[in-house]
Design a binder for this molecule. Structure first.
Ligand SMILES: *Cc1c(COP(=O)(O)O)cnc(C)c1O
Length: 380
């Protein structure tokens, strides 16, 4: 049997940098600055510069970034926040933690991100904010979303957890709304050695509020202006991220090259819909999901051939058991629901080789040639 192609290989990224990680982590141990502190501040400055935003606030996870950004905007019980059902659960969870209610709008069939034309239908007098999700590394169509928010006086909080370096009309993901939320979960395009996240913003009041909220509501040591939480970033995570950040652009570039190779191989294959890079931006391919109608069969066949795959995500958020009380029925968001039935994420990480990508595309085509059951892809 041919060598397996893993879905993700973090070791391939980390092994060549091992000496630098050891050095950086050693410095944290020597400094004793483990929870927040000067190394986190350094990383915050570097990440803000990378994004082109005034401030970055290092936190314990991307989920905390979303949660604290919402709290800092004053979102709470009685409020509604509009987002998409085609996302990771954390986007909606963060809304729920504040006491506000998540309200969903469907996504665009080509970009897999928020369909701005549907916002008006979802808006009520309780709507306070919108969370567009830059899913899979592609930016949502921000201009109409920002215009809608301005018109109705709503906050825009970007979920950029899969979009470190993504661009929209030359602007970086995370910098267009009031706040942008990043995750540095190990598998993300910029990943720590554990949990970490950040908010970026140009708004001085928001950054101040988030800094206070992440540190037990302390305005100065042991003086608590409000009830906060413990959401500080670890020094060790900041040190690891500092080693990786200067290599992020090049790593994203490699992902784009792999995506081109996939695109080319699948061109003209009628059973497959490949991801589309919107003309308005730069996709950084956190994931490369194709759509096929007999997804589960394809997944099983690819696994048999040693190709590591994922499903992002098998159940849309509005149909999750946890959100049964919101009262959404199957059929409410046809695009998101169809995508959840049809997506397969193929191996995607910077250190893949051209030969590995070819192994994957050959395997996919072989699935199509042996099973006569694969249907032609259709518009939803
Ligand atoms: C990963 C992710 C999050 C949550 O980030 P964590 O760091 O895992 O808490 C939120 N939204 C999206 C779209 C994500 O992919």
């Amino acid at each position: 049997m041919q060598e397996k192609v893993p879905f993700l290989d973090l070791n391939a990224q980390h092994a060549p940098l091992r000496a630098e990680f050891d050095q950086a982590i050693g410095e944290v141990i020597d400094s004793g600055a483990f929870a927040g502190g000067p190394i986190v501040t350094q990383f915050e400055n570097e990440f803000a510069r990378f994004c082109g935003s005034r401030y970055a606030i290092g936190l314990g996870s991307g989920t905390e970034a979303l949660w604290l950004a919402l709290l800092a905007c004053g979102i709470g019980p009685g409020d509604e926040v509009i987002t998409v059902p085609n996302t990771f659960m954390a986007t909606a969870e963060a809304i729920t933690y504040t006491g506000a209610k998540p309200v969903f709008v469907d996504v665009d069939e080509d970009t897999y991100t928020m369909a701005p034309a549907l916002l008006e239908e979802a808006r009520t007098s309780s709507t306070k904010a919108i969370i567009p999700v830059h899913l899979f590394g592609q930016a949502a169509d921000m201009d109409p979303i920002l215009a809608f928010a301005r018109e109705h006086d709503l906050y825009v909080i970007e979920d950029a957890a899969q979009a470190h370096g993504t661009e929209y009309k030359g602007r970086k993901a995370g910098t267009m709304g009031h706040a942008g939320c990043f995750s540095f979960y190990p598998g993300k395009n910029l990943g720590a050695f554990g949990e970490a996240g950040a908010v970026v913003t140009n708004d001085n009041k928001l950054q101040e509020a988030i800094r206070i909220l992440r540190d037990h509501g302390q305005s100065k040591k042991y003086h608590h202006a409000m009830v906060g939480w413990n959401c500080r970033m670890d020094g060790i995570q900041a040190a690891v991220l500092q080693v990786k950040l200067p290599r992020l652009d090049q790593a994203n570039q490699r992902r784009r090259a792999h995506a081109s190779q996939y695109d080319e191989a699948f061109q003209g294959v009628e059973e497959i819909v490949s991801p589309v890079e919107a003309r308005y931006g730069k996709h950084i391919y956190h994931l490369y999901p194709i759509r096929v109608q007999e997804r589960d069969e394809m997944l099983r066949m690819l696994e048999e051939q040693g190709i590591g795959c994922g499903i992002h995500y098998p159940v849309p958020v509005h149909l999750q058991e946890a959100y049964r009380d919101l009262g959404y029925q199957a059929g409410a968001f046809p695009v998101s629901e169809t995508l959840c039935d049809e997506f397969i994420s193929l191996p995607m990480f910077p250190e893949l080789t051209g030969a590995q990508v070819q192994r994957v595309t050959d395997a996919v085509k072989e699935c199509l040639s042996v099973g006569m059951t694969f249907k032609r892809a259709e518009r939803i």
